[in-house]
Design a protein around this ligand. Structure first.
Ligand code: SF4
Length: 481
């Protein structure tokens, strides 16, 4: 690979883009911030075609879409904001829950008659899971490519451009990661940077090992070079991504572990905040806490998905740790000198979950004191061992448990956020709400903050905010000048 680029979308759009119905307007400040991050002007010949990508699911998918967009821009495609304007429509899909998968097939149904002359592609986890079956269910789809095969996207696109039908990339045996010459950066404030792809765990409910393939780490030099390019392009916050980000093992002779890589990314000139997600508790070691505690650039936030508070359910889920082992890791975090925010993912209604098991998830919320959680009803997925487990919990009971869990977590969040009232925190500004005359941003602990300020053009700036009010999901105050 000769050269890589990180580029703001405006730099490659050929001419002014028509407005999108229902899409948020780009403010002049956002446009300026994005343009300032366009690091190179590229010698790309337009091919007269346009593309639109709709992304479902997690941040890994969002960042994959940025890289897929980079591949298309490099081939001369022009990005557009609506399906109607696009010659090529791609759905980057998620299959983590049944609902997400259904949504994709419903989109495919809608586009069939609305836009008969477009080329349609299905990418990502659902593509990997359903494979060529998608061509049977939706014969108007021309391209199916799983996330583990994105490296082959240029050659697959060449086949599609030559009029190929039923073009597919569904290999899982790739031993390299998805590197692109250019990456379209959609977020002008926070840059995503994948350090590890795939997963070698085998959680009973999860499709990821099947859809994203085995774990592959990127060489540390490639990661650091990308971090330096992002800093040069004006980014100050980087989020390192991986399905199990802390399982990172540098495949190059340098052989860095995750903590060593964290320290090196944090040392890149110009980078002020480094986040990472998602961590597996099994690979969460005390030295990670130590590194964060020593290095202010590493953010005061750890997302450590527990999935259940009950050891028997964790065993059934094949999560490879007990409640007590998880809580021991939490105690390392709580012993740090800096007050870290801890967040998590929890599934309720896993097959065989008793009332007692469920109560253990609720009591875990209090024991840890999470700042927020993502909580879900268990949803059986194809190709997972849990799908055929006995003891399915009825949907109504799952919903009851979820409501109880979320209500308890809401109370905890209110109490935790109220403790911040009166304090002053550094906020990286990432949004503006004109109707409320407020700015929004995040603290290093990833807490959403809304605030007022007499100043203009704050997007991308670090400001000090004094907190005056708290609610379950955010805090509010005013800028300290
Ligand atoms: S660690 Fe488990 S839940 Fe996470 S991606 Fe791997 S198999 Fe899925």
């Amino acid at each position: 690979m000769s050269k890589a680029f990180d580029i703001g979308i405006e730099a490659l759009a050929a001419g002014p883009q028509p407005a999108t119905l229902g899409a948020p307007e780009t403010t002049p400040a956002e446009a300026a911030a994005s343009e300032s991050r366009a690091s190179e002007s590229l010698p790309i010949a337009p091919n007269g075609k346009s593309f639109y990508i709709e992304t479902f699911g997690c941040q890994m998918n969002a960042h994959d879409s940025e890289k897929v967009a980079g591949v298309l821009l490099e081939r001369g495609y022009r990005a557009v904001d609506t399906i109607l304007q696009a010659d090529l429509v791609l759905y980057n899909t998620c299959s983590i829950r049944e609902k997400a998968a259904q949504k994709v097939f419903s989109r495919l149904g809608e586009i069939r008659f609305a836009t008969p002359r477009k080329v349609i592609g299905v990418l990502g986890c659902l593509a990997q899971q359903e494979g060529e079956e998608i061509f049977e269910r939706a014969p108007w789809v021309s391209l199916v490519c799983g996330s583990a095969s994105y490296r082959k996207l240029p050659e697959l696109m060449a086949q599609v451009e030559e009029g190929g039908r039923r073009v597919s990339g569904l290999d899982l045996d790739t031993d390299e990661t998805f590197e692109t010459e250019i990456t379209r950066r959609d977020n002008p404030i926070r840059a995503y940077l994948t350090i590890i792809e795939g997963c070698d765990y085998a959680c009973a409910y999860c499709v990821v090992p099947h859809t994203r393939g085995p774990e592959r780490s990127r060489a540390s030099e490639a990661v650091l070079a990308e971090a330096r390019r992002l800093a040069e392009a004006g980014y100050t916050e980087i989020q390192l991504l991986g399905q199990t980000v802390n399982s990172y093992r540098d495949p190059s002779p340098r052989g860095l572990n995750f903590t060593q890589l964290l320290r090196e990314v944090a040392a890149v000139d110009g980078i002020r905040r480094v986040r990472f997600t998602t961590s597996h508790p099994n690979d969460f070691h005390r030295e990670i806490v130590q590194a964060i505690d020593d290095t202010p650039v590493l953010c005061d936030h750890i997302h450590l998905p527990v999935q259940s508070g009950s050891t028997p359910i964790l065993r059934a889920m094949r999560r490879t740790y007990t409640r007590e082992e998880y809580l021991e890791k939490i105690s390392w975090i709580r012993a740090a000198r800096r007050p870290f925010s801890i967040t998590s993912d929890i599934i309720v209604g896993f097959p065989g979950e008793t009332e007692k098991d469920f109560e253990e998830s609720v009591t875990l919320l209090d024991e840890v004191g999470y700042d927020s959680i993502f909580s879900f009803k268990y949803s059986p997925r194809p190709n997972t061992t849990a799908a055929t487990m006995p003891g399915a919990i009825p949907e109504a009971e799952q919903a009851r448990r979820l409501a109880i869990l979320q209500d308890r977590q809401r109370q905890i969040q209110i109490a935790r956020n109220e403790k911040l009232v009166g304090g002053t925190f550094e906020v990286l500004v990432d949004g503006r709400h004109e109707s409320r005359n407020q700015w929004s941003g995040r603290t290093t602990s990833n807490r959403p903050v809304n605030f007022t300020s007499p100043r203009q053009n704050l997007l991308g700036e670090y400001v000090q905010v004094r907190i005056a009010r708290a609610s379950a999901n955010s805090v509010a105050g005013e800028q300290v000048l």
